[in-house]
Write a protein that binds this ligand. Structure first.
Ligand code: GLA
Length: 381
């Protein structure tokens, strides 16, 4: 995306340039809506936006990726499936206006992204956080980064109808170079943990299979966890499933009738334990333990939470032939995985994964080296 692209589309020069990264989650999957601890980091694949203020009440949006242009009246916004991706930025205008923030003129925004879209790297949270960051900056709303994450999540839930947790929006808004975010999703307290593993790096494995049924299956898992909590809350005096002690797990499982819901609870409680062990292993730079925990997390997401699928299972198995460990990342149901690898073996990992994957599925996967980066930023041109 060049500055001139904005000019060619909107016949004016842009006034600002902004960007927001994407994210991977190292461990703590599907527990951010269960009050758990998660360990994501922002990565250097970005949504970028050139922006210009308008003097009327319209928002005009263009995406270089989808080639779709949408114009909407900021006083008359309503979710419209046919507008696709544009519902994300429009939702932020809607939510912020409905909270009473003074947004009394529109914007022209030209978006472009090098994040593989809909692949589990949070292209949606990236555009949500980016739009909230832009609005906050241009209209001087005075929001801090935690509020930007919370409002972006609220927008995704209320405007887009997805019962998502806070992880993705927080991971991007609070991103910090070379660190992961340890986020307690129960009270939104956080701290940073430096990722300093020498020659061992995290890389991304993209199955390049568009996610299917993600929305309905995701909402189904949230529903199943809520059902379990209804039964367990009075017995164990807990506010969320992640507060259940591992030592109470067997007793808890004996109180749940539905076999699928039992498995969901087992994943949630053991995943919370794995996050704690992972933090400990990061601290000790215990590479082999990190690898084991990545593998255990994937197994639990495959067998108990049932959110992986053939493509993710295969790419993870292939990666494990070379990497220290690998697991799916994000919502699952295809999309991306991560692997921890000795960077001197990166080319070997690439070869094994790309060749093996193509032989099985007949199309290409991607293996992407990544940097861990800071959150959104922008400036006046
Ligand atoms: C999606 C959601 C997150 C989180 C992950 C699974 O990325 O947006 O809130 O629940 O799935 O860990």
């Amino acid at each position: 995306m060049e500055i001139n692209d904005f000019y060619l589309r909107f016949n004016e020069k842009p006034e600002y340039l902004y960007q927001a990264p994407s994210r991977i989650n190292l461990i703590g999957e599907h527990i951010d809506y269960n009050g758990g601890d998660v360990l994501p980091c922002a990565i250097g694949l970005y949504t970028k936006a050139y922006v210009r203020k308008r003097s009327d009440q319209s928002v005009r949006l263009y995406s270089e990726n989808t080639k779709l242009e949408v114009t909407a009246d900021i006083n008359n916004l309503k979710y419209d499936k046919s507008l696709g991706w544009a519902n994300y930025p429009l939702g932020l205008f809607y939510i912020l206006k409905s909270k009473g923030y003074s947004i009394n003129y529109g914007l022209d925004i030209y978006f472009s992204s090098n994040i593989p879209l809909g692949s589990g790297l949070s292209s949606s949270a990236s555009i949500l956080d980016l739009t909230c960051y832009i609005i906050n900056d241009i209209y001087n709303l005075g929001l801090d980064m935690v509020s930007i994450a919370k409002i972006s999540q609220e927008s995704e839930i209320k405007y887009n109808g997805l019962s998502v947790g806070i992880m993705d929006e927080a991971a991007i808004a609070l991103g910090k170079k070379d660190s992961c975010l340890l986020l307690d999703t129960h009270n939104i307290e956080y701290k940073y943990i430096k990722i300093d593993l020498g020659k061992y790096k995290f890389v991304v494995l993209n199955t390049c299979k568009p996610r299917v049924l993600t929305e309905s299956k995701y909402n189904e898992r949230v529903y199943e966890c809520n059902k379990a909590l209804e039964v367990l809350k009075p017995v164990f005096s807990i506010d969320n499933l992640c507060q259940l002690k591992i030592t109470d797990l067997d007793k808890a499982l004996s109180l749940i009738e539905d076999n699928n819901i039992k498995k969901r609870v087992r994943h949630v409680v053991t995943e919370e334990e794995r996050v704690k062990s992972f933090i400990d292993a990061l601290d000790k730079k215990d590479i082999n333990r990190l690898g084991e925990l990545l593998k255990e997390s994937h197994k639990s997401l495959k067998e108990d939470y049932e959110v992986t699928g053939d493509n993710l299972d295969t790419i993870v198995d292939l990666a494990n032939k070379v990497a220290i460990g690998a697991r799916m990342t994000g919502a699952g149901f295809s999309g991306c995985a991560i692997a921890l690898v000795d960077i001197n073996r990166f080319e070997e990992l690439k070869e094994v994964v790309l060749e093996g994957y193509k032989n099985i599925f007949g199309y290409d996967a991607e293996v992407i080296a990544i940097d861990i980066v800071d959150g959104p930023n922008g400036y006046k041109l």
